[in-house]
Design a protein around this ligand. Structure first.
Ligand code: UT7
Length: 344
């Protein structure tokens, strides 16, 4: 089975509507004290500088697709149907450099034959994946898309690098998008996305790609690990998420005071507070789970939305603003009215 592109006619106004959501974190938990036992850090430093207390991590042998399949399964259950035309996987930690991980995820979900591809936009992966999925639906290429954002981020992290090892963690979130109308609850968009490729080294894995491989030289030790210039990244994250959020709200025809819930990429609690402060969104309207899951990269937003919908912090009819920032640089924002669905 394969999908014939352009076969479906796209009626004007056709838009992607969120029809299901699910998430998954691996069972392993690492506390700040666990990290402080082997790194020059402390529970006090990590809590006060990042807002993180514990995080979930994969056990040896568990890869991104394992997280993605579990989250995808839950999203399909939430949608009440496994009828899917395309699978999009946003990840920075694919199972292999080649091939893409999405086809394996699709196959394990019983979706062999549907188009399946990866999207690489680091911590903004979910929003870029959303753009891809919405585009497939709006163009009439697909009626129902499974979008999964999954990262086994700890597999990229240098366990000796205290600047990143205390922040990043593992998890997955997934949504099912179906064709619908822009005025329905759950309708996504408009999406505001941006990038700045002049700063690729703020967040980078220096080795392993064609740049290093074609040099003919072996990679210096440690260059296969994720590196981040934390302080500079912090500054850009606040600026870009704030600006993208403002634009997304305006383009939706709303005002910032209309926003019931802010669901920002869980990069660092101080970044979240700074963005919310600039947008004048009070604490009770901010969603956060960073204390218990850390920074899960691209998985961050759907994991947050799924958990918040499960525990009642997010309910149908609320106006939600999503925003993210990460390596690339890449950033984005969008807004939607939360639909009536059962999260898993
Ligand atoms: O996910 C998308 C992109 N990522 C982000 O948006 C993350 C952005 N950046 C951050 O979250 C923060 O910059 C960090 C959490 C990474 C670092 O926090 P910071 O407040 O910006 O700290 P800093 O890098 O300015 O370092 C302050 C001090 C330094 O010591 P000195 O030079 O002042 O003596 C660091 O060496 O804290 C030190 N430090 C630590 N100390 C204890 C850095 N990491 C640690 C640590 N434990 N884990």
């Amino acid at each position: 089975m394969s999908t014939v592109l352009g076969e479906k006619r796209a009626p004007a106004g056709r838009t992607a509507v969120m029809a299901g959501i699910g998430s998954y974190v691996p069972p392993g938990v690492v506390t700040n004290d666990d990290l402080a036992a082997r790194l020059d850090t402390s529970d006090e430093w990590i809590r006060s500088r990042t807002g993180i207390a514990t995080r979930h991590v994969v056990s040896p042998g568990t890869a991104t697709s394992d997280l993605a399949v579990e989250a995808g399964r839950r999203a399909l259950k939430s949608a009440g149907s496994a009828d899917i035309d395309a699978v999009v996987l946003a990840t920075t930690t694919p199972d292999h450099l080649c091939p893409a991980t999405a086809p394996a995820v699709a196959a394990r979900l019983g979706l062999t034959g549907v188009p399946a591809f990866d999207v690489a936009a680091v911590c903004t992966g979910f929003l870029y994946g959303l753009a891809s999925a919405c585009g497939l639906i709006a163009a009439g290429i697909a009626d129902r898309v499974l979008l999964v954002a999954a990262d086994a981020f700890t597999t990229l992290i240098d366990a000796e690098d205290r600047a990143t090892a205390v922040i990043f963690a593992d998890g997955a979130g997934a949504v099912v998008l179906r064709a619908g109308r822009p005025d329905e609850p759950g309708a996504v968009g408009p999406l505001v996305l941006g990038s700045d490729g002049d700063l690729p080294d703020l967040i980078q894995v220096p080795a392993g790609g064609s740049r290093q491989r074609s040099s003919g030289r072996a990679a210096p030790p440690g260059d296969h690990f994720f590196r981040m210039r934390g302080r500079d990244t912090y500054r850009h994250a606040v600026e870009r998420m704030t600006a993208a959020s403002r634009e997304a709200v305006i383009r939706r025809g709303w005002r910032l005071t209309d926003i019931d819930r802010l669901a920002a990429h869980q990069a660092n609690a101080r970044i979240l507070a700074a963005v919310a402060d600039r947008l004048d969104i009070p604490a009770e309207r901010q969603l956060s789970n960073i204390e218990h899951v850390g920074n899960t990269g691209g998985a961050s937003i759907p994991l947050l939305l799924s958990q918040a919908a499960q525990d009642g912090r997010l309910s149908s009819g609320q106006k939600v603003l999503l925003t993210a920032f990460g390596g690339g640089l890449a950033w984005g924002a969008t807004a939607l009215t939360w639909p009536d669905l059962t999260p898993f």
